[in-house]
Design a protein around this ligand. Sequence first.
Ligand code: ATP
Length: 474
Amino acid sequence: MSLTLETIISLAKRRGFVFQSSEVYGGLNGCWDFGPLGVELLRNIKEQWWRAMTLRDDIEGLDAAILMHPRTWEASGHVEQFADPMIDNRTSKARYRADTLIEEFIERLRAKGKHEQADLLDQRLRTAQTADDYYAIIIEAQIPDPVSGTRDWTPVRYFNLMFKTYVGPVEDSSNIVYLRPETAQGIFVNFKNVLDSSRRKLPFGIAQIGKAFRNEINTKYFLYRTREFEQMEMQYFIRPGTESEYFDYWREQRFQWFLSLGMREEMLRLKPHDKLAHYATAAVDIEFKFPFGWGEIEGIHSRTDYDLRRHQEYSGKRFEYTDPFTGEKFIPYVIETSVGATRSLMAFLCGAYAEEEAPTADGKTEVRTVLRFHPLLAPVKIAVLPLVNKEGMPERAEAIYRDLQRRWKTQYDDSGAIGRRYRRQDEIGTPYCVTIDGQTLQDGTVTVRDRDSMLQQRLPADRLIEYFSEVLSS
Ligand code: ATP
């Protein structure tokens, strides 16, 4: 089975994971809403990340405001440099990110077997830095517009991705603020506050989950590139000289985190960056194999003391750390782990999707769709199903449902044939179904069906809490 993006988008909508933002008005490009199941899945992902980060000795949490002093973004380099090269085609009026236009052309060359030409262009793309560099590549390689087929291009211009707005009633340049394009700067500017208030010693980290906004030129691939999204970032502050040790450590930790939540290893890969920022000593992406190809879900970066030093320079405040043993003063180095919560939700959704043959009640087979979410991520953990709506079964099922629901997200479903109800739960990734049947009324046992193996076992109803506490906790 080869999974398409359309299949995922349509399942996500049909079952209430993700809806287009303000759909009734035709939608807003690059924005999505999380429905009843999507919001549970997203919260579970964030919860697992938060636990992995903060249930340890050396990391504190933070929740900084989205709006920050505009100087923050001058210090971070975003005002000057957080821009993508953009080009328009005059015939089709289509707008592209110049680097993406070239990348996609290279892909098409490779698909046609023109590897030599593709390699040459790839080489040039890697070293391109200015608008003129990108323009020269597009013109010299005679790249056509994928929509109109013409080469009637405007010059390449840089376009800043930060959303601008104003604080207060006056729309004046002195009142400009930006919606943060990343959560990291909230951590950097609070470095001293956290250090002093928590009396931390190096190495230690600060973790944060929150919304970020980027006015992307081309939003695409569903939740992959959106204009509003959520990030989970952690900055780990260390002594200079230990960066390579901690970079390796965090790369490993983060890769394992995805595996521990059920992602299959063949769907993940580590991709070191070809081009490093001038201040960085190492950078690697964790990539996931999406239906459209490999794409970054997390970046791990060794950023030296660049960010804290810049804030020291721009704010005039000291960002130094004093070693409590030696009295030595220095600006800590940083290892950053930065993952999209919403982009990784899409990866977890795609990674969990399977279609397979399953037996029906009358001995035939049918194709079932199943989301094999890890139990910790599954939006609904248990479904309670009375076999029939009579003979005391609904009352018994309802009592069991109420009991389970106090602890776990549980659904009650009594409509339709039992096989159909199992399929509905499989399709949203519910790991367990509890069925109440005739025997329940006689001996107090129920069947517990496992989503993946489809095997059923009988358990005493009064042991369900104990059983689920075990199987749903890891
Ligand atoms: P890309 O090259 O894909 O634009 P980036 O290298 O700019 O990503 P970072 O700034 O390192 O990304 O952001 C860290 C993480 O935030 C990414 O790995 C991704 O998961 C998420 N992210 C970044 N931009 C977006 C976006 N527009 N939509 C959804 N998630 C995003």
